[in-house]
Design a protein around this ligand. Structure first.
Ligand SMILES: O=C(O)[C@H](O)[C@@H](O)[C@H](O)[C@H](O)COP(=O)(O)O
Length: 235
């Protein structure tokens, strides 16, 4: 399937690149502009990013950007409920690839806390997230081939409640992916200035085409396709 063969609604801005390197350079520049403008306007900026393999080159590029990073709050769209010293932790992924170099001085807001379950941690996580006042300036979402985004999984019993929740975060127990998780809710993710869906590979195009004619209950990413969204895609 070619991306040019997919019909997108007017609220979706599709940016396709010949290579992942070209995508990374363009998206990093966009993020730097968005964060810089937010800092000029409000004195601070906020960014929520997803885990997974796709964003690693972007994180590495962005970490070297010349920004007043001490004025940037960074959090995760979701995390696996494991210690940040474990390889599959999204917090570990961020600390390894993004919170390095110039971006080391960013203010990271963790979803994880030790000594309790994801469900037990929700209240404290909500409290930590309240440090980000109002709309998130940028949200970067990924997508799995089951149509999940963040940790909003179609297989999870918690999904229906999460879709209508007004809270900032929710505990999720997917059956098709490892670990319990905490995910930002659609309400929190949609309370943002700029949302980006960052996906790579032809397999993701098939999933995207399905999501455009699907429902949030069966493919949660489809909810974000119903709102203003920029899609960054490379083969
Ligand atoms: O914790 C996670 O797994 C991510 O937040 C998840 O939502 C990710 O963005 C997708 O699974 C895509 O992952 P890839 O980029 O590895 O395809």
């Amino acid at each position: 399937m070619k991306i040019s063969e997919i019909h997108f609604p007017d609220n979706v801005d599709v940016r396709a690149f010949e290579s992942r390197e070209a995508l990374t350079a363009h998206l990093s520049a966009l993020l730097q502009d968005q964060l810089s403008n937010a800092i000029k306007d409000k004195g601070r900026a906020s960014l929520a990013v997803s885990g997974g393999s796709t964003p690693v080159p972007l994180f590495q590029n962005l970490s070297q950007a010349e920004l007043p990073w001490n004025k940037v709050s960074i959090t995760l769209a979701d995390d696996r409920w494991i210690s940040p010293d474990k390889p599959d932790s999204n917090e570990k992924l961020l600390r390894t690839h993004l919170l390095q170099g110039n971006a080391r001085s960013a203010d990271f807001i963790s979803l994880w806390q030790p000594g309790c379950s994801a469900e037990e941690a929700i209240e404290a996580c909500q409290q930590r997230l309240s440090a980000i006042d109002g709309r998130l300036d940028v949200v970067i979402l990924g997508m799995g081939n089951d149509g999940h985004t963040a940790s909003l999984f179609p297989c999870a019993v918690e999904l229906r409640a999460a879709l209508s929740s007004t809270a900032d975060c929710v505990a999720v127990n997917p059956t098709t992916a490892p670990y319990a998780r905490i995910s930002l809710t659609p309400a929190r993710l949609l309370n943002s200035e700029l949302r980006i869906l960052h996906i790579c590979g032809n397999d993701k195009l098939e999933t995207l085409a399905q999501a455009l004619t699907s429902t949030p209950e069966s493919m949660p990413v489809s909810l974000f396709l119903q709102h203003p969204l920029i899609i960054y895609w490379a083969p």
